[in-house]
Design a protein. Structure first.
Length: 129
């Protein structure tokens, strides 16, 4: 397998093979560290995951239900990471108020809210039986 950092057809320099996988993993962990450091919502949602995932795993429910409970919590974190990325890009573009910037941030926030509602619904249906 040839590994290269040559420019690909998109014009972006990149790596191939195992080097690409290693670099992508490093970038992912860098992003997780940055989100944890700079986003209090991520820290709060991770705390919820740390508290509620063990509870889900010890409940007397099916394995599929356990997966749904934990996955709903992880989904909230995934959506929050995307929302944080949107906010960072919008803030990078400029600090002045712009309708589209505000709309992008509001839509990202709405996505987090919907994922939280979904998680609460799943927990209510499964645990609140």
């Amino acid at each position: 397998m040839i590994q290269s950092n040559a420019t690909d057809s998109s014009g972006k320099p990149g790596f191939t093979g195992l080097t690409r996988v290693i670099k992508a993993t490093q970038y992912s962990f860098k992003g997780l560290r940055a989100a944890f450091k700079h986003e209090s919502a991520i820290r709060q949602e991770l705390l919820l995951l740390i508290i509620f995932a063990p509870i889900a795993l010890t409940l007397d429910i099916t394995n599929v239900e356990k997966i749904l409970l934990v996955a709903s919590l992880v989904l909230v974190i995934i959506v929050e990471l995307i929302n944080s990325a949107i906010e960072a890009v919008v803030d990078r573009i400029g600090t002045e108020h712009h309708e589209l910037s505000g709309r992008a941030k509001d839509i990202g926030s709405a996505a987090v809210f919907v994922s939280l509602c979904l998680s609460a619904f799943i927990w209510f249906v499964i645990v609140g039986q």
